[in-house]
Ligand binder design. Sequence first.
Ligand SMILES: NC(=O)c1ccc[n+]([C@@H]2O[C@H](COP(=O)([O-])OP(=O)(O)OC[C@H]3O[C@@H](n4cnc5c(N)ncnc54)[C@H](OP(=O)(O)O)[C@@H]3O)[C@@H](O)[C@H]2O)c1
Length: 245
Amino acid sequence: MSETWIILGATSSMARVFIRELAGRGDALLLAGRNMDDLKSLAQDCRLRGAAQAEAVGFDARKPGGFAALLKTAQEAPGVLNAAVFVGSMPDQAEIDADPSLVDGTVTDSFTGPARFLQMLAPELETRGKGTIVGVGSVAGDRGRLANYVYGAAKAGLATYLSGLRNRLGRSGVHVMTVKPGPVDTAMTWGLGPQPFMTTPEAVARDILKGIRKKRNVLYTAGIYRIVMLVIRLIPEPVFKKLSI
Ligand SMILES: NC(=O)c1ccc[n+]([C@@H]2O[C@H](COP(=O)([O-])OP(=O)(O)OC[C@H]3O[C@@H](n4cnc5c(N)ncnc54)[C@H](OP(=O)(O)O)[C@@H]3O)[C@@H](O)[C@H]2O)c1
């Protein structure tokens, strides 16, 4: 029987590739996001590719009043229910430094909005006793850096949240996987110039699917970032604070 996936941030470059794979294997898809026109055409594409069902549903991380409608639609789905979070925004750090009000939205998009929805969804998955949650964080959450420390703080919050959720839901047979991409060639990194070990949305989607099969807890993609971030985390703070990496 096909499984149902709720995709938060379905219009993201990474999500689009992941969704195509799920559609091709006949899963049912609840494509959640802000841009309904884009989501509807994505849903149409998924149906053509073989999705058992594909529906566009509104989700704005900054408007939690709308979360209940998505939850209700998800609760009506039969069988195995899964969720993947791709939502995130990364304003330029200099813009946030100039306008501190941007902190709130940045943290809401990458952390508190998705976490609040997952918190609402968790009892449903616990009752079903199976399913997978994939949360896309970032290597930026592993250490606060000059270039993007507010975004990094939001992703660190998400990673800690997912770690606790994994601890909770693992007891009911539900698996939670945290994904930590390094730089990926998407809209988010356009204009940032060459990035070390940059990967593609296709490679990220492949890694995520493999990680789900292997029930990985924390997945770095590209894989080399597991080592890169280990080294970065080991740099003593007195040295790190002087670096511009
Ligand atoms: N690209 C990278 O190098 C990189 C590296 C590490 C981690 N990540 C993370 O990977 C995930 C996917 O990013 P991407 O590279 O595919 O970038 P992207 O194409 O810019 O995707 C970002 C997604 O987040 C959605 N979003 C932003 N704010 C939202 C809100 N308030 N409510 C609902 N949806 C919202 C966007 O929706 P709209 O289409 O409506 O704008 C879009 O679907 C993000 O969480 C990002 O932080 C990216």
